[in-house]
Design a protein around this ligand. Sequence first.
Ligand code: PXP
Length: 238
Amino acid sequence: MIRLGVNIDHVATLRNARKETHPNPLQAANLAIKYGANSITIHLREDRRHINDKDLINISRNKKIPLNLEIACTNEMLKIALKYKPNFICIVPEKRKEITTEGGLNLNKNKQKLKNYLNILNKNKIRTSLFINSNLSDIKIAKSLGTKCIEIHTGKISNKIKKGINYGSELIKIKKSIKLAKLLDLEVHAGHGMDFKTAKILSKLDNIDEFNIGHFIVGESIFWGFKNTITKFKNILK
Ligand code: PXP
């Protein structure tokens, strides 16, 4: 069974729209786990546009919540990671003006920095992951940098599926990437832009260990509820 990581960033987006305390990301994290999520993902962005430091403190304190923290490869975030010790870290690229994480990391440009970063996190027994595009060269580099997992950016294929555009070539790229990652003994995760349809298609591929899904879950929950939406994803990933 593929694990489901529920990304609750947009519970914080909704809360922040009113600069109040509701809806509370900690409550969302607890409920998501109760309803069957295997882990909770939060992205602490440099600009704190959704999840903030207090959310991280509250969620990381609750040891019943397996926590996957997404961070950019900066000194500030490394200090925070070592202080709050989430179970998992996924390193993501971050641009100030982007609406969401638009693509995978530029591994070639940041090799040494990522290598040092991963080394420190691995030594601290935090499971490490790199958010990357589905190409074979990036997977080889990711392995050489010392990550334990890769997360394949599924934004492109998700968009194609949603728009009804032929996604065959994208699917082949993802399949080849998974195959190589497994040969290199990397755990494979997938995330970004997924809805029920994308999850159904990608869950048929062999060897994906974990999906991380956020925006669609929070949006769909408005209509059908958090529990129903998570349960539906869990059934797809069976
Ligand atoms: N995985 C990673 C690494 C991400 O950065 C994000 C978005 O923050 C997601 C998964 C979830 O994407 P979405 O909110 O589009 O489901």
